[in-house]
Design a binder for this molecule. Sequence first.
Ligand code: GLN
Length: 535
Amino acid sequence: MAKYVFVTGGVCSGLGKGITASSIALLLKAKGYKVFMQKFDPYMNVDPGTMSPIQHGEVFVTADGCETDLDLGHYERFIDEELNYTSNITNGKIYSSVIEKERIGDFLGATIQIVPHISNEIKNKIYEAGTSSGADIVITEIGGTVGDIESAVMMESLRQFRLETGIENSLFVHTTLVPYLFGSNELKTKPTQNSIIELRRLGIQPDIIVTRAPIDLGEAVKKKISLFGSIPPENIIEAKDVNNIYQIPLNFHRQHIEDIILKQFGLKVTKSNLEHWENLIKTVESLDKEIEISLVGKYTELEDAYLSVKEALKAAGYKYNTKVNIKWVNSEELEDKNCNFKEVFKNSKGIIVPGGFGSRGIEGMIKACEYARVNKIPYLGICLGMQIAVIEFARHVCGIADASSREFNELCPNPVIDLMADQKAVINKGGTLRLGNYRCSITKGTLAYKDYKSEEILERHRHRYEFNNNYKEILASKGMIFSGVNPESNLVEIIELPNHPHFIACQFHPEFKSRPTKAHPLFDSFIKASIENKK
Ligand code: GLN
């Protein structure tokens, strides 16, 4: 049976629970153990797919097509393992599954209750993560803050889980805040004490406490938390503020968090292999060049809405010893007829248009794309960014002035981007996009082939609309190259333009497969071309 580490959070949200969970997983993997990760989100949505990115941040997509919380992106980037449908469980998923079973008659005769029916369902999902992944250790993060009404049943399930599996098979990590008070100039432990009391009220005693603080705790503060928390001082792991989140695993490693976990589980404390991560930190800390890239989008007020794109750009920069500074350009502002494009993009060496939904801000993106095409600025279009490039090219190069997407104008006379028959039949909005891995065949001799060095790739998708193949001939006759196509459906996956230093766009989301230690080929070549752009 797998061993389980649960990561809960206290005091307030935003303490870096996801990074804590990812760091623990990375360190256990570095010891040679097979790890798997899971996140429980206490909201009632079945998945975050229908939520606004401005509220919730990006929706991360797994290879098998699950729309998940953005923390799963951190998990994959830290542990470099593909996660799946068992990795993101929400209250919505749990409740709908229990109600569905009740309707089928699985519980005939019984009154369905939070305990045991909902709590059993939650525990089953935890066990399933272990059995289906075959991992030695599963790390499960519980979203929200201890004491929230929403997560109460999840906490209750963890209490029961410990009772069933014992201390040698389950371990609780609780992350809290130790604030610093200016004036009296001291760290305060009371919020941490209270949060541990809250956790105990739910029947859970933490085994490790991770304290987020702006400075070192010092012996006295540590002793106090140890006494009130009823855990040895060495089990208090300091998560001091850092400039770069990739530093955190190494900070935890210095405090032996993984050894404490392995000892409690009765597993062998082997030697760590962290060379790849130490090299990453060395690179990040010695970047000697800088470059500005404009990201033109409609959710730019929240950087988290583009988290994986941001990380993928940074990772590609690392390869060239270059710090990528993103200029966040709200596409609606480009729609103003007095907008000075030269001024907006004056320091940018490349323009990226990432994913998005709905018609707001679209015309601004088309203008940014036109500016990149005409002025020969490297362009990378992702999903919506490819659809924008197609519309722009159809309108301004092929003379189809009313070209658009059926998404923005249902009655559009020239839908160069359209709904395919299978999507026309769809009624429910949730979970019905084209999701997850699809194959793409790449034509030799193209920019895409130069990037991937392969004739066949697999990339993750999340969209409803597609390039309309009825327009392929006319666009091709004006120079657009369709360098990537799905071999089964013939749907267009990658387009590019010749006679331009670097103009490429894809229907899928390459950012989900980028790793800090492994730049994604499309981001790699885009950053390389942007660095070479001397304009
Ligand atoms: N809105 C577009 C579609 O649904 C693009 C989606 C995206 O960029 N992820 O096809």
